[in-house]
Design a protein around this ligand. Sequence first.
Ligand code: PAF
Length: 277
Amino acid sequence: MQVVETITEMKRLRRQLPEPFGFVPTMGYLHKGHISLVRYARKENASVVASIFVNPTQFGPSEDFEDYPRDTKRDLAMLEEAKTDVVFIPPATEMYPERFSSWVEVGKLTERLEGNARPTHFRGVTTICTKLFNIVEPTKAYFGQKDAQQALVIKKMVADLNMNLEIVMCPTVREPDGLAMSSRHIYLSKEQRQAAVSLYEAIQLAEELWSEGERDAEHLRQVVTSHIQQQPLAEIEYVSVADTETLEELKTATSSGLLSLVVRFGKTRLLDNTILK
Ligand code: PAF
């Protein structure tokens, strides 16, 4: 496994490695969810590149950029074990040199759900992904369903801007009790971690109702909300049942719907979702 820090070196290596080329962008502090993306990429490609870059532009001013957990040594060991060929790990000055001033914005889709709660977040994500795609030039890039809106936004950007790659959304990887894996679990106290399992329980309740034929989106939202509200440590930010492409809130989820939710435990925001179909 080769570890490179500069754009020039990454581009040089890119020309030497065999196609097709799978890419897994990350912000590090890896868990099994990230590694499952690397494994999907490994199965479908001749070469696999991962990046580790805690992207400052996708954090709001009061968010956890400075405190975001980092452990590069452990990340590199995990990527090596998963048979990654190249890890691109640039310093911030490489990605955002002085006087950097160009941005990629996707529009409507980024104003809903996470975009509503974090107004500048997606602009940072789409800009850094565009830069990484231009540097790495992957055949396919892999994203987790846990951040379903992020995957949808990036798919839309790739389609709208005729970018030459395919975006693959891979299933959410869960802890044994069902909690969706996240680098931010490190912030949770023991009590918060125990209470956090209510997110998955609520999702399962909605999935059960859906399989019995429930299509009233408001009822699904209410069932999820009241289950999570039983946990005094949980503070619900939103529960949404939205169109799987436009992310507009639904009244009736006729044939499908993206059920997504964000719940705060203290300062930690946890996301989860399921696609009802
Ligand atoms: O999902 C993430 O870890 C980040 O948003 C990404 C896609 C690596 C861009 O910084």
